[in-house]
Design a protein around this ligand. Structure first.
Ligand code: HEM
Length: 542
């Protein structure tokens, strides 16, 4: 305090000394100088005023106002008031502030959108402006953010997205790795069957199965020392689990970007350590494959997997275009595992929980399977398009429990007008799909789990063209893994329902509470007891 008082006194006295001569001029030369100074000062003032007005107009198109929102505290803004259940907290704030509102979270301006018409303005009318995701500090550590999820919209992202969709996540490429999905589903059936009459933690079972399905498709096609690859796979899964946990931690650097270089919580440092481990495991998996390819085994693969496809693409690129490097290869495979596992496994757990909560719905789905697949037969992916009721079940699960309830936050590259309000460049924009999917002006009895609402309707699909239903997002950054997610969800659910009946542990009550995270989870894991429905059908998996 003393220091600042002294300082201000010194500054005031220095300023008055400097300007004293202006008032005290007596000769002609000084008058002339004073005239020039006055005119230049006025000119500068006019220039400054014009510039700042124009500048603020370019930042604030049409002199728009920011959206309404709670005031918050100095410096930290609304941070201390946030509730961990962010999706419901944001939905409640919308009842006070309307379908678009702003919050200052630290120094970061955050905008929350809770209506389908505004989601459409953002994702369709201003799609290029909002084509970037808001990248958390820790995400930049992994391959410098050179992956599909976090890279900036531009040539690198376009190249990566093209490789993803053309080489891995389209129907033909997924057909080519069907044998690998079958192998993992068979493992799951055997594991569950072994535990008949016991309690099964379905969350763990689903997570492991989906992770195995994805890593199998990624590099499990065979070739090289299989035992070593399996060991590396286990280590890989452990590190990925830790990386996902770290990504979900709130980070001061993201709320106060100017402090990010200090990494106050040490999260970036932790991520660097984890990531180094991850990269070493990945290098070992790739080396093993390259060695077997050099040995003339063509990768020895009984089935072409994504690693083999991507190794063949590496270093390719047309003149003047971004070249697909080893860094991109690793980043893409990491995206598959990170983007696909938690989302799909949780959707499966929710599906089973909702069906157990409405046994008549589960019976309908099982009856359909008995007709389409046959009670004593094996579910194949070729049955999936004929399972109309099950498709409606999956759509309803993704409506009521959208996997990514606030989507991946988007970030406008220029300031723009959304719903008559200013969204400034660099703001973090959440789209609350969870709330849109429960909006009573769109959905009848929105809180009811009712697959019938999707039956015989062609309007709602996963393309993101209907802004009332956005489980996978919409526009340029729409989920790149929709065909894969759809297959894994349908195939997994069909198999679980066709082969087993499910019961809760005696005396327990089903808990459908939610727990917010980047991925929406059930607050408690689903613990259930399986009983085989048809021994003949199960024997086909041994
Ligand atoms: C039920 C399962 C899934 C759900 C609910 C889901 C949902 C989403 C959502 C909401 C986004 C963000 C869209 C946006 O920002 O506008 C997204 C992005 C993404 N998803 Fe998925 N996803 C699922 C499964 C998968 C799978 C299986 C994969 C790949 C194997 C995958 C890969 C990706 C990638 C790479 C992106 C980033 C796309 C980009 O930025 O261009 N997802 N997903």
């Amino acid at each position: 305090m003393i220091i600042s008082t002294n300082m201000s006194e010194r500054l005031t006295s220095a300023a008055s000394d400097a300007w004293a001569w202006w008032a005290e001029t007596h000769n002609e030369k000084d008058e002339w100088a004073r005239g020039i100074l006055t005119v230049s000062s006025l000119a500068l003032l006019v220039i400054w005023y014009t510039w700042s007005t124009l500048h603020s107009k370019s930042r604030k198109p049409h002199n728009l106002r920011y959206p309404p929102g709670p005031r918050g505290l100095p410096l930290v803004g609304h941070l201390p008031f946030l509730d961990p259940q962010l999706h419901t907290y944001f939905a409640n704030l919308a009842t006070t502030y309307g379908p678009i509102y702003k919050l200052n979270l630290g120094s970061k301006l955050t905008v929350v959108v809770t209506s389908s018409s505004l989601a459409k303005e953002i994702l369709r009318d201003h799609d290029v402006t909002f084509a970037n995701h808001d990248v958390p500090s820790v995400a930049r550590v992994a391959y410098g953010g050179s992956d599909v999820l976090w890279s900036q919209y531009g040539p690198e992202w376009r190249m990566l997205r093209r490789v993803c969709v053309r080489e891995m996540l389209n129907n033909a490429s997924l057909d080519a790795v069907y044998a690998l999905r079958k192998r993992e589903v068979k493992r799951m059936v055997n594991d569950i069957h072994r535990r008949t009459g016991e309690l099964v933690n379905l969350r763990e079972e689903m997570f492991l199965t989906i992770q195995n399905v994805i890593t199998s498709m990624a590099w499990g096609g065979g070739g090289g020392d299989e035992e070593r690859i399996a060991r590396l796979g286990t280590e890989f899964r452990e590190v990925v689990g830790e990386i996902i946990e770290l990504l979900g931690k709130p980070n001061v650097s993201d709320f106060f970007p100017s402090l990010s270089r200090f990494d106050l919580q040490g999260l970036v440092r932790d991520m660097k350590v984890l990531f180094l481990r991850f990269d070493q495991v990945f290098d070992a998996i790739i080396e093993e494959r390259l060695r077997s390819m050099e040995g003339g085994g063509g990768g020895g693969a009984e089935c072409k997997d994504f690693l083999k496809t991507l190794l063949q693409l590496k270093d390719e690129g047309e003149a003047g275009k971004v070249v697909f490097t080893m860094k991109h290869l690793k980043a893409l495979l990491l995206d598959m595992v990170m983007g696909g596992t938690d989302t799909t496994a949780n959707a499966l757990e929710w599906a089973m929980a909702e069906l157990m909560n409405k046994p008549e719905t589960m019976t309908k789905a099982q009856e359909e399977l008995d007709v389409v697949v046959g009670k004593n037969c094996k579910v194949e992916e070729s049955h999936l398009p004929k399972l109309q009721y099950l498709q409606a079940v999956v759509k309803e699960v993704l409506r009521l429990r959208p996997g990514v309830p606030l989507m991946v936050p988007h970030c406008p590259t220029i300031s723009c007008n959304i719903g008559g309000y200013l969204i400034p460049k660099g703001a973090k924009v959440f789209l609350n799909t969870w709330a849109i999917h429960r909006d009573p002006s769109i959905w009848d009895n929105p809180l009811d789990f009712n697959p019938e609402r999707f039956l015989n309707k062609t309007t709602y699909d996963y393309t993101g063209n209907d802004f009332n239903y956005l489980p996978f997002g919409s526009g340029r950054r729409i989920c790149a893994g929709i065909p894969m997610a759809e297959r894994m969800l349908m195939y997994g659910l069909a198999t679980l329902l066709h082969l087993f009946d499910w019961e809760l542990p005696k005396g327990s009550k089903l808990d459908l509470e939610e727990k917010f995270g980047i991925v929406l989870k059930k607050a408690t894991p689903l613990i259930v007891s399986p009983t085989p429905r048809s021994p003949n059908a199960i024997s086909l998996y041994f």
